[in-house]
Design a protein around this ligand. Structure first.
Ligand code: PMP
Length: 355
């Protein structure tokens, strides 16, 4: 131990999904979109004035904030943007969870929430999902220092109906309720329309999944002007220029191309529904995913065996050796061809085990 070590902030970091780079690999492990971003994104990048990179970007990322506000029928002062929704969520934890009372989130959910809580020394309590991985609304109608719900949830893919989400928001006027809608565009129901009704609701979304821009790092939060003001105060006390020029420009283009966005989401949902049937035929079961992934368990082959067998074939899915979910795989929905490669590999692994 170094003499200075007792003064260091020690944290157990979040483990992001692997980012392998093998030719011919099938990457279904971090819920990226298999389709490219909207064509306008390539156009602005090609036409970019590199001389402008000498200058700092707009600290308010005003063009992107305005585009998003117009898209969701909000005022500019109701939108906050950040470097992926991870950045937006971390800022939100720092801003809104400061009471000393435990914040609440499900036992099985996005595994970054407890990491931020630990790092920021926010006490938290996890509420167990039911047997079918559903959120139990009553668990959140008790005293707390804030609430975070991924909806649809990750890694389960299961959605809490919007009227239940509203019951949680309405039942907690003294807390901020963050609804993390990273996957909502794949058939979920957004709480965006409740923003006018509840000043304690923050809806967080991302460009990483439905808008095919994981590499650009764009996320955003929408809420009452009061919430967004508090969030900006913290952001400007941390780093004024979070959004770089390319992120602002490409983000605007991605929002503008509504037709492209709708079409890629539709194709993905079609592949997901087809993949569910194929997975059933292969012996898997899963919940009703409203996301771009399927959280599946096999009747005979242990998830870990499948994960390792697939990995050896350069097919990457996500596996957690954690209580309640250690026999599940989270499989991102790719293209039909990618899914077919996955199914073929599963059959081979089953064959090797004489199943
Ligand atoms: N929330 C959830 C539930 C997620 O699964 C992810 C993706 N890992 C994120 C937020 C963060 O995504 P990003 O930072 O790329 O916007």
């Amino acid at each position: 131990m170094f003499p200075w070590e007792k003064n260091v902030r020690k944290v157990v970091p979040y483990t992001p999904g692997e980012q392998p780079n093998v030719t011919g690999m099938v990457k279904l492990n971090t819920n990226e979109n298999p389709y490219p971003p909207a064509p306008g994104v390539e156009k602005v990048l090609k036409g970019m004035d590199t001389d402008a990179l000498r200058l700092y970007p707009d600290p308010t990322a005003g063009a992107l904030v305005h585009e998003l506000a117009a898209y969701y029928g909000l005022q500019d002062g109701q939108v906050f943007v950040g470097v992926g929704s991870d950045d937006v969520l971390a800022m939100s934890f720092m801003t809104f969870f400061n009471s000393g009372k435990p914040i609440l989130f499900p036992d099985i959910t996005y595994s970054f929430y407890d990491v931020w809580a630990d790092m920021l020394r926010i006490p938290y309590r996890t509420c167990p999902l039911d047997e079918d991985f559903r959120v139990r609304t009553e668990d959140y109608l008790t005293e707390n220092g804030g609430i975070v719900l991924a909806n649809p949830n990750a890694p389960t893919g299961v959605e809490l109906p919007l009227d239940e989400v509203e019951r949680i928001i309405a039942g907690n006027p003294e807390s901020i309720v963050i609804v993390d809608e990273a996957y909502v565009d794949f058939g979920g129901h957004s709480a965006m329309n409740l923003i006018g009704k509840y000043d304690n609701l923050l809806v967080v979304q991302t460009f990483s999944k439905s808008r095919s821009l994981a590499g650009m790092r764009i996320g955003f939060a929408c809420g009452s002007t009061a919430l967004i003001r508090f969030l900006n105060d913290v952001k400007y006390s941390f780093n004024s220029y979070t959004m770089d020029r390319t992120a602002i420009l490409t983000g605007v283009e991605a929002v503008r191309d509504e037709a492209y966005f709708r079409n890629t989401c539709r194709m993905l949902i079609e592949t997901r529904e087809w993949a569910k049937k194929e997975l059933s035929a292969l012996g898997f079961s899963y919940g009703d995913s409203r996301t771009n992934f399927i959280f599946a368990t096999h009747a005979h082959i242990p998830a870990k065996t499948l994960f390792e067998g697939l990995r050896a074939r350069h097919i990457y899915v996500r596996y957690w050796d954690k209580p309640r979910i250690s026999n599940y795989l989270r499989i991102t929905v790719g293209t039909r061809e990618e899914m077919e490669k996955l199914f073929k590999a599963v059959k081979e692994i089953g064959g090797d085990l004489n199943l």
